[in-house]
Ligand binder design. Structure first.
Ligand code: DCP
Ligand code: MG
Length: 374
């Protein structure tokens, strides 16, 4: 029977990057509960506990069967005593008291609302909560709250950004960006590359087949998008990666990469180009349309989307072609997959993986794509 196969078979790897994690799996009932507990643990800054619940949820996603009896989990790694207890209670009673408590906990509910604003992370949400704030309107009314530029945009476009981005919208955006930069490589990364139907943003990786050809791409793109009046917010950060400080980079604990990037809020639909640059070979529509021009410049001033239009979060990341493989790998996610991929590299291969390169600790050298492919 299926059950026998399941109890006997699982030689399930301990690293998420060695397992299949299908978008549609069979154990949502359990993984949602465990992820709620992980989130609760994160809100109270119990990172170790949070990680244990995330790992438990991750391994359940890889199982090719729906868990119906706790015995089926014998030999399955990454399941601690606490997680097993939760699964057992869900199996016995259909619900779990601890999960219900977390879900109805006042602080957790408020923290979730605060963190639903773009630019608000755990630190800010915790501070607001400790300052006695309990709702977004209280935050906005509080004279002591100083919002960052990103948070201001997060409030301004709150409704639009709370609506998931569909994969059709993501593909349309990608196609429009490709039309603006016809000679570069534009790849959709993040959740959409993993096959998700919807996401909270669109992650785009830009590179150029000629090494160095990527320099200036993003500025050019932003210029085009601004001319169209499509940019409602932008936060640009220059590249801070230098080959010569790769060793120092490897020593730092941060998993953030150092690519040139821009966090944006764009207005959909992205209009056809309204001006033409004679040195560009653009494949998209090029008509200069006075009506469109005036329509968008008016709206840029008002910064309020027209009905039927919407604001969408789009992140652009630029990498040199020699780092493309690593950047693509690092930006595809999921977070759990990335975390375990780095752990696998470090613990099993004595290497440090980043979105820039692989660093071999034994050879004490950086492996880029030219080293790895040739
Ligand atoms: N990423 C990362 N570390 C960061 C930021 C991002 O490893 N500090 C990687 C993993 C993510 C991917 O980039 O999967 C994209 O980040 P998102 O936050 O957009 O996550 P997803 O695209 O996976 O989810 P969503 O569908 O909510 O956008
Ligand atoms: Mg994303």
């Amino acid at each position: 029977s299926e059950e026998e196969v399941c109890t006997k078979s699982p030689s399930i790897p301990i690293y998420a990057c060695q397992r299949k994690t299908p978008v549609n799996h069979l154990n949502h009932h359990f993984t949602c509960a465990l992820e709620a507990l992980a989130e609760g643990a994160e809100f109270s800054e119990s990172d170790g506990r949070a990680l244990a619940f995330r790992r438990a949820a991750s391994v359940l996603k890889s199982l090719p069967f729906r868990v119906a009896k706790i015995e089926q989990l014998r030999g399955v790694p990454c399941l601690g005593k606490h997680s097993i207890r939760i699964i057992q209670e869900l199996l016995d009673l259909g619900a779990c008291k601890e999960v219900e408590q977390i879900r109805s906990n006042e602080m957790n509910k408020v923290m979730k609302v605060f963190m639903s604003v773009w630019g608000v992370g755990l630190k800010t949400a915790t501070r607001w909560y400790r300052d006695g704030l309990r709702s977004l309107s209280e935050v906005r009314a509080s004279p002591s709250v100083k919002l960052t530029r990103m948070q201001q945009a997060g409030f301004e476009y709150y409704r639009d950004l709370a609506r998931p981005v569909s994969h059709v919208e993501a593909d349309t955006i990608t196609a429009a960006i490709r039309a603006l930069l016809p000679n570069s490589f534009i790849t959709i990364t993040g959740g959409f590359r993993r096959g998700k139907d919807a996401g909270h943003d669109v992650d785009l990786l830009l590179t150029h087949p000629d090494e160095g050809g990527e320099v200036g791409l993003l500025s050019k793109l932003l210029e085009h998008l601004n001319e169209q009046g499509s940019v409602m917010f932008q936060d640009y950060r220059d590249n801070t990666y230098k080959e010569t400080n790769a060793a120092g980079f490897n020593e730092s604990k941060s998993t953030m990469d150092r690519f040139e990037r821009c966090f944006t809020i764009l207005r959909l639909p992205l209009s056809p180009r309204v001006t033409s640059h004679k040195d560009d070979k653009v494949t998209g529509r090029q008509e200069v349309n006075e009506a469109v021009t005036s329509h968008y410049t008016t709206n840029l001033r008002k910064k309020i989307p027209e009905p039927g239009e919407r604001a969408v979060r789009v992140d652009f990341v630029v990498c040199p072609y020699s780092q493309y493989a690593f950047a693509l790998l690092g930006w595809t996610g999921s977070q759990q997959f990335e975390r375990d991929l780095r752990r696998y590299a470090s613990h099993e291969k004595a290497m440090i993986l980043s979105s820039h390169h692989l660093f071999d600790k034994q050879q004490v050298r950086v492996l880029t794509i030219s080293h790895t492919l040739h």
